[in-house]
Write a protein that binds this ligand. Structure first.
Ligand code: ZN
Ligand code: MN
Length: 141
């Protein structure tokens, strides 16, 4: 069975994108992590292994992955975007103290798009929602 990384790499190859070791490492890191890292966090995690890699390299690769539909960019009002390789429908709970993002599912909310379409006459393409609070480890400090 093919792994998600293999699928993603094939998709990049189909787009005519060369898969460099750095590109491979960034993609693998994103697919393996559930922490919704920033570009800077990815850079810090991988730079010991790729000494010639810069933050700009990470950014450019993330842009490429977004264009390829492999990664989602999360913007929550602060200055640094976070990145999520989990493309399934899910929501995020965000810790106001440490910034941790935890996934949760709430399928009931899919009705909201239909309701909005009926009420507004829009062709609804999506919606976003996030929940804010204090995470478990911050609240036990
Ligand atoms: Zn926290
Ligand atoms: Mn997520």
């Amino acid at each position: 069975m093919k792994s998600r990384v293999q699928y993603a790499l094939e998709q990049l190859k189909d787009m005519g994108v060369r898969v460099t070791p750095q590109r491979h490492a960034i993609l693998t890191y994103l697919l393996d992590s559930h922490t919704h890292p920033t570009a800077d966090e990815i850079y810090r995690a991988l730079s010991p292994k790729f000494v010639s890699m810069s933050v700009a390299t990470v950014y450019n690769n993330l842009k490429l992955f977004i264009e390829a539909g492999l990664v989602r960019e999360l913007t929550y009002g602060d200055d640094s975007s976070r990145f999520d390789a989990d493309l399934s429908d899910h929501y995020h709970a965000i810790c106001e103290q440490c910034g941790k993002i935890v996934d949760f599912d709430y399928p009931k909310l899919s009705d909201v798009e239909q309701t909005a379409a009926q009420a507004s006459g829009f062709v609804v393409r999506g919606h976003r929602m996030e929940v804010y609070g204090i995470c478990k480890s911050c609240s036990s400090k």
